[in-house]
Design a protein around this ligand. Sequence first.
Ligand SMILES: NC(=O)c1ccc[n+]([C@@H]2O[C@H](COP(=O)([O-])OP(=O)(O)OC[C@H]3O[C@@H](n4cnc5c(N)ncnc54)[C@H](O)[C@@H]3O)[C@@H](O)[C@H]2O)c1
Length: 398
Amino acid sequence: MVVTLDDIKTVSVVGAGQMGRGIGAVAALAGYDVFVNDIDESQLAAAEEEIEWSYGKAVDNDSATEAETEAALDRIRFTTDLDEAVSDADFVTEAAIEKQSVKEDIFADLDRAAHREAILATNTSGLNITRLAEVTDRPGQVVGTHWFNPPMLMDLVEVIVTEHTEESAVEAAEALVESFGKTPIRCRRDIPSFIVNRLMRPYGEEPAWMVYRGEHTMREIDAAMKYGEGFPMGPFELADYTGAIQLRVEGADDHLEDDRPLSYETDVCPLLYQLYEKGRYGRKTDAGYYDYADRDEPEIPVDAGQGFDALLVWAPIVNEAAKLVQHDVATPEDIDTGARLGGNWPQGPLEKADEVGADAVLSRLTEVASRHERTAKVAETLPCDLLVEKADAGEAFY
Ligand SMILES: NC(=O)c1ccc[n+]([C@@H]2O[C@H](COP(=O)([O-])OP(=O)(O)OC[C@H]3O[C@@H](n4cnc5c(N)ncnc54)[C@H](O)[C@@H]3O)[C@@H](O)[C@H]2O)c1
C-alpha cells in the first residue's frame, strides 16, 4: 500500500487538457516517471507540445535548467491506453471533464486497472469525491487534489478528504504536493467547491446583486477592490476573465441537487441570466459585464471606487471563511493561505477580519443581508455562529 512519499515513483494523469498536461509537466520536472492519458489522440499531441513550450519558459525564467527539462521530457509517456497509463502508477490524478458521471466511470476503470496499492486522486473543481470513492473497492485511498490554473505557475493545491479517506493517503498526497514544490492546504470535508472557490463565489456574487439592484456600479466596485484593496482584478473583471457567468448559470442546477454538507442554498443573481441570455459570457465572447470588441482590458478608472465601502464585499467572504472554520473544514491558516496563493489576494479573509474586527464585519454583513429580498440568498448571507461569537467577545481568529 502507498503509505508514504517514498512509495511513490510513478504518477499518472488521466485527461490531458489544460490541467492534466500542466500537472504532468510539474510531476515530471520533480523527478517522477509520468504517464499522461487521454481518450483523444489530438489532445495528447497538443499536451506534448504545450509541455515542451512551458519547459522552455521555465528555462527562460531560470526556474529549471535545460538538462532538467530534457530529462523531465524523457520521463513522460503519452498514451490513449488507460491500462498502460495506470498499471505501474503509485499515484493517479484524474483531470478529465467536469462531469460526475464521466468521473465515476473513470474511477471504476482506474480501480480495475491500477495496482491495489495506488492512491487515486481527482482534480475536480467541486464535484462529489465521496461518490467517486464509493465506486471503487479502495475508498480509503481516494482523495481530492485540486490544482490551480496553470499548474506550472500556481503554487497551491487543495487536498480534499472524504469521510472514507485514510489519514495515510492524505499525508502521502500532501507530501507528494510538497515534493512538487507546491503548497498543500487541507480541506477536511468533501463539500461543494472546497475552500478557495467557496471564497471566490461571494466575491463575484454579492457585487453582482449590488449592481443588479442599482446600488453601485461595476466600475465603482472593481476600482475599489483592485486599486483600493489590492486584489489582482475586481469581481466583474475577474468574472469576465474566468467565464464565471456561463459557469454559474449552467452549473446552477447541479448545485441545487447537491446534498453534501454545506451545499449552496442560493439562487444565481438575475443579472447573470440577463447577460447569459445575450451570449455575453465574458472575454471569450468579446462581451460579458464589459465589452472587449475594441479593447483587451476593461476601462476602470483608478479613482472610481472612492467612497465605496470595500468591507461590504469582504463581509460575506469572511462569513464563508468563518463557516469553514466553524464546520471544521479547514484551519484559518489554510483558508488564508488558499486565498493568497489560489486567488493571489492581498490577504486572507480571516486576516482581514482580524485587521478590522469581527464586529465591523458583522455590521456590514447584516447590511448586505438586509438588502436582499426574502430569498434563499438571505440564508447564505446570515452570519454564522462563529462570526457572531467572535464579534460579541471581541476576539480574533488568530
Ligand atoms: N481549467 C481550470 O482552470 C481548472 C482548475 C482547477 C480544476 N479544474 C478541473 O480539472 C479538470 C480538467 O479541466 P480542464 O480545464 O483541464 O479540462 P479540459 O477540457 O481542458 O480537458 C479535459 C480533457 O479530458 C479528456 N477526457 C474526457 N473524457 C476522458 C476520459 N474518459 N478519459 C481520459 N480523458 C478524458 C478530454 O479529451 C480533454 O482532453 C476538470 O475536472 C476541471 O473542473 C480545472
